[in-house]
Write a protein that binds this ligand. Structure first.
Ligand SMILES: C[S@@+](CC[C@H](N)C(=O)[O-])C[C@H]1O[C@@H](n2cnc3c(N)ncnc32)[C@H](O)[C@@H]1O
Length: 276
């Protein structure tokens, strides 16, 4: 599939991420916190897809997860709304996995319905790309046509209530920032480009994917491990950070607690009939 097969009306988030793309790996992918949170996602990824599967990756960023999927023997079609992110992902895939089957295309999630129906064994979206989508039910409907029966969707969202974020900003007297996610919608700014970010609750996410997909697994990501903007703090307090990382594995699956991390990782299964 070639990138030129698709026309792209780049959404505002894609244009904003164009400006963040060149520093994204340094500031997030390679950071202590980014690495730790991603490893937690990968431990679920490992048990979700298997060698021989073909997976659609939404909002792939610089391709870190596409490379991991390729190492697992999975064929990946990775998409993103930022052409700069796509360029980096394509270069990395070509350099690090030249024999692998990673395709990277510039395609906003709002246009996935343009892809061929019934082509994928699963869908993966990591680290909040889907928080940039206003109409999640429409995305769920589009994905339901793209995947085979019983396929898995593994989707990682920013949560509405992140306890470490609330406590941190309260502790430095930034009240509004502490509760910025709680209304369910914020406007993010990257180098003067603004875009809307949505923070659906778990109940809203289940409803958005109903009736095509049924929630099968729910894991907190970054429950005791803080958000990535606290990287400086984590580096200055390596022992405390290590304790938080250990705690994470105990609390990440606890009902109630798992909803209050930085992210939440959901595994949905394509169902052909509505289950109770
Ligand atoms: C926080 S980054 C995560 C990137 C990558 N998944 C990762 O794990 O590092 C969010 C990504 O979502 C992409 N994105 C935002 N809105 C999008 C949309 N409407 N369609 C596709 N990608 C989008 C951005 O360009 C960016 O690459």
């Amino acid at each position: 599939m070639s990138a030129s097969s698709f026309s792209t009306n780049t959404p505002p988030a894609g244009l904003a991420f164009d400006l963040a793309a060149s520093s994204y790996d340094e500031t997030f992918t390679s950071s202590l916190i980014g690495r730790t949170q991603r490893n937690s996602v990968w431990s679920v990824l490992q048990n979700t897809f298997r060698a021989g599967d073909t997976v659609l990756e939404l909002n792939c960023g610089t391709g870190e997860d596409a490379l991991q999927l390729a190492r697992m023997g999975v064929t990946v079609l990775a998409c993103d709304a930022s052409s700069e992110m796509v360029d980096i992902a394509r270069r990395r895939a070509g350099f690090l996995q030249p024999q692998s089957s990673i395709g990277v295309i510039h395609l906003p999630t709002e246009r996935v319905h343009e892809l061929e129906a019934g082509m994928f064994d699963g869908v993966f979206s990591n680290f909040s790309g889907l928080n940039c989508i206003e109409d999640l039910p429409a995305t769920a409907a589009a994905l339901s046509r793209l995947v085979k029966p019983e396929s898995q969707l593994l989707l990682c969202f920013s949560t509405r209530f992140c306890i470490t974020e609330i406590l941190y900003f309260l502790s430095i007297g930034r009240w509004r920032k502490a509760f910025r996610r709680c209304s369910g919608r914020t406007v993010a700014i990257i180098n003067q480009h603004t875009f809307a970010v949505y923070y659906p609750t778990l109940r809203q996410l289940k409803a958005a994917f109903h009736p095509y997909f049924k929630l099968r697994l729910c894991v907190g990501i970054g429950v005791t491990v803080p958000p990535s903007y606290l990287e400086g703090w984590a580096r200055r307090h390596p022992r405390v950070f290590e304790v938080l990382c250990r705690l994470e594995s105990f609390v990440a699956s606890l009902p109630g607690v798992r909803n209050f991390g930085d992210h939440i990782l959901l595994r949905f299964e394509r169902v052909s009939h509505v289950e109770a």
